[in-house]
Ligand binder design. Structure first.
Ligand code: NAP
Length: 318
């Protein structure tokens, strides 16, 4: 095993600001503590919360002054290059992926990152690192919203807004695999895409009346919030559940009897193992629409903030 360097390339945000503030720098390489591994990162998934946090919103409230300059990123895939004290679950050379450290600073946009083993899974054999990185936060969020918070059961009716996005495209597949009747809300350009994911009905979100006439559903996963929440709410049956993912800002109250839990994604290696199993069975496949080199992180943030992403954007690190 070649000796590890003392420094590494990373994308750094000096202080909260615009995407243009992101710059590639040479910074000290982290070392794994007890229960942690050091990962040579091959790919980092880009999530809306990365750009929101860089701008001072999102998870910035969980960062302290000492976390700036901040290395963005929570989703990663790569190879274990060093194991800390007491690590038995993974060894040097294992391919792993995960959402690590969220919502605290974790630094996935870098050549190396450390993560606690409880937040990692072995990468699916059938996925390259870019696709494994694309699965982490979107897949965990979808699972935690649909199953942990939403209690989704076979034969239930579930409606997913922003169904073509990073969370939505995985949620449609997970819900369909669980035997639910999936109604996807998407723009006309994404109809074929979401149908291919297993959506049974597709509603055109560009029509103001898209929710009119929808037979009541048991569960709504509203991945967009804002203007999508009111029509989405109108489709939930009494006693049903709505999970609206964007957590910032005011939101329309749900009627009495409709459950409205707040979901804030939590790193979870065991749930990632479940998702890995679904991938290996052929029931779940992350879609990567854009792969950019690490140096193009600012461009990746502009793209993710535009809201038009189909599936995921991923940064690769040579
Ligand atoms: N609470 C949590 O723990 C948690 C976890 C993960 C993500 N989130 C939040 O959940 C949201 C979704 O995340 P994501 O990764 O899926 O985002 P994303 O990948 O950026 O979502 C993009 C999708 O949004 C759809 N969209 C764009 N404009 C829309 C509109 N006006 N109405 C409805 N849909 C629209 C687009 O599809 P169409 O053009 O086909 O509509 C696009 O495919 C973000 O706000 C993110 O921060 C929260």
């Amino acid at each position: 095993m070649p000796e590890l360097p003392d420094t590494m390339r990373a994308i750094v945000a000096p202080a909260p600001g615009g995407p243009e503030t992101l710059e590639e720098s040479e910074v000290p390489r982290p070392s794994p503590g007890p229960g942690q591994v050091l990962i040579r990162v091959a790919a980092a998934g880009v999530n809306p919360v990365d750009a929101k946090t860089r701008s001072g919103a999102g998870a910035a409230r969980f960062l302290g002054d000492a976390d700036w300059p901040w290395i963005p990123g929570w989703d990663l895939a790569g190879t274990v290059v060093e194991a800390g004290f007491g690590v038995a679950r993974f060894g040097v050379g294992d391919r792993v992926f995960g959402t690590v450290g969220f919502p605290h600073a974790a630094g996935a946009y870098a050549e190396y990152a450390v993560a606690h083993v409880s937040q990692l899974s072995r990468s699916p054999r059938s996925l390259d690192d870019a696709h494994a990185a694309a699965l982490a936060m979107g897949g965990l969020t979808a699972w935690q919203a649909l199953v942990d918070a939403g209690g989704l059961e076979t034969n239930q009716r579930v409606l997913v807004t922003a169904a073509a996005g990073g969370v939505g495209h995985l949620a449609v597949q997970i819900a369909a695999d669980l035997g639910a009747h999936v109604i996807a809300v998407a723009s006309p350009d994404n109809v074929d895409f979401v149908r291919g994911l297993g959506a049974y009905e597709i509603l055109d979100r560009t029509r103001e009346d898209w929710a009119d006439g929808v037979e009541p559903v048991d569960l709504v996963l509203d991945c967009f919030g804002g203007p999508a929440r009111a029509p989405a709410l109108s489709t939930v049956r009494p006693g049903g559940t709505i999970v609206t993912l964007p957590t910032g800002g005011d939101r329309e109250a749900a009627p009495d009897g409709v459950h409205d839990p707040t979901v804030f994604v939590a790193p979870d290696g065991l749930e990632l193992q479940l998702l890995t199993g679904s991938v290996e069975r052929g029931a779940l496949k992350p879609h990567v629409s854009q792969v950019l080199p690490l140096a193009d992180a600012a461009r990746a943030h502009e793209l993710i903030a535009s809201g038009g992403t189909q599936g995921k954007i991923v940064l690769t690190i040579d």
